[in-house]
Design a protein around this ligand. Structure first.
Ligand code: NDP
Length: 383
């Protein structure tokens, strides 16, 4: 198999850094040909100086001079939101990895599909918001959408193309830092506490999402679109050790699971080398040292995010985009210490209640609902 030429959008983030590690680990299989970030010009320049991609993109145009000053070679430079779509489609590449936090990766993902690039998706938000459109466009052009989210990557591995024989998809959830915290003290939870994830080291937004369980809620909708399985057949089980990354139960009652250490290099590498597997330097599992693998039912009443996400996924239309956008605004307000932890899901629930979902929305209707939900969430938070 030839070396995959990969463009990484969100290179300076946690997933972007793991992707760079994978490229260092399997240089015969992966070459980074483009990298993009939002505003961290210095880190982007440092990554570029090391990885030497032919193209670099910075969304924040005010930082372009800083980027140029810190580069020690002359790659092609793209800028602004338009630059993201350009680097995703104009640079000669085999695959675009969308690892931008939030929804800014949606248009670049569609541009990449249109240009015939394979898509690797870490940004679950874009599939929650517009999964139907992304998957439809990809199918129409015969473009594979490779999940990088560890749970979906696990399901993708277990399914191995047999989606029609699925009885249930079982997403595992670590339960986050408050798995055993009594609901009565949720309002005293601090940002610092919410940012201490027990098993994964990730960016701040997804870490808070893991603490509220919105992360798992978003993943339920993500699984629904990625694998074409009805919401009723997507379930969640708490698994504190984060070793089993998810499971698929087939029509004959057999369950397949994928296991590995909690390190995002595993799913990133699989997305890049798929359909092949290649050796790497990642640590193997030592079953004798795994003391136990536990499974439990989520505390649905204490963590309403799961039921809110199920409702959004079942009703569909613009409601998932609304849930996602309201959650993004609520998480930022919590991270900025402007509101308490439980107000994250309270805000999302209020915004969802006020929304009249548009069925079978096109991209404009989805973007309008996203915008509306952001404004509505800001109003709810300010009230
Ligand atoms: P981080 O916060 O660590 O990184 C976010 C990246 O996105 C940075 O490179 C940032 O650039 C860039 N970015 C942010 N906003 C924009 C924008 N408007 N336009 C362009 N680039 C932007 O996030 P993570 O790496 O943790 O997460 C990325 C995505 O992957 C999320 O959707 C998350 O849900 C998903 N994911 C993450 C996992 C993990 O282990 N971290 C696991 C599974 C999924 P800058 O540095 O300049 O701000």
């Amino acid at each position: 198999m030839k070396r995959k030429r990969v463009v990484i959008l969100g290179a300076t983030g946690s997933i972007g850094e793991s992707a760079a590690k994978v490229a260092r680990d399997i240089p015969d299989r992966m070459e980074i040909v483009g990298i993009a970030a939002n505003s961290n010009a210095q880190k982007l320049a440092a990554q570029a100086n090391e990885l030497r991609p032919g193209a670099v993109c910075l969304v924040d145009e005010a930082k372009l001079d800083e980027l140029r000053r810190n580069l020690n070679y002359q790659p092609q430079i793209f800028a602004g939101e338009r630059g993201l779509c350009e680097i995703a489609s104009a640079v000669e590449a085999d695959m675009v990895l969308i690892a931008i936090v939030g929804t800014a990766g949606l248009r670049p993902a569609l541009a990449a599909i249109e240009a015939g690039r394979h898509l690797a998706v870490a940004s679950k938000e874009i599939l929650v918001m517009a999964g139907e459109i992304v998957m439809r466009e990809a199918r129409a052009r015969d473009i594979p959408v490779l999940p990088v989210d560890s749970e979906h990557n696990a399901i993708f591995q277990c399914l191995d193309g047999r989606a029609s024989e699925v009885r249930r998809i079982i997403l595992t959830a670590s339960g986050g830092p408050f798995r055993q915290t009594p609901a009565g003290v949720f309002s005293t939870i601090t940002v610092e506490e919410a940012l201490k994830h027990p098993t994964w080291n990730m960016g701040p937004k997804i870490t808070v999402d893991s603490a509220t369980l919105f992360n798992k809620g978003l993943e339920m909708i993500e699984a629904h679109w990625l694998f074409g399985v009805g919401m009723a057949r997507v379930e969640v089980v708490i698994h504190p050790q984060s070793i089993v990354h998810s499971m698929v139960e087939f029509s004959d009652g057999s369950v397949l699971a994928q296991l590995s250490h909690s390190n995002m290099c595993f799913p990133i590498q699989y997305a890049v080398t798929w359909p092949e597997r290649v050796p790497n330097s990642l640590p193997p599992l030592d079953f004798a040292k795994l003391s136990k693998l536990e499974f439990a039912t989520p505390r649905y009443d204490d963590f309403p995010a799961l039921n809110l996400a199920r409702r959004a996924g079942e009703i569909g239309g613009t409601l998932p985009a609304v849930l996602n956008a309201a959650n993004e605004i609520a998480v930022s307000a919590f991270l900025e210490k402007r509101m308490s932890f439980p107000r994250i899901w309270q805000t999302v629930a209020q915004v969802m209640d006020r929304h009249r979902s548009v069925a079978q929305p096109d991209l404009d209707a989805i973007l309008a609902a996203d915008q509306w939900a952001r404004e509505e969430a800001r109003r709810v938070i300010a009230a």
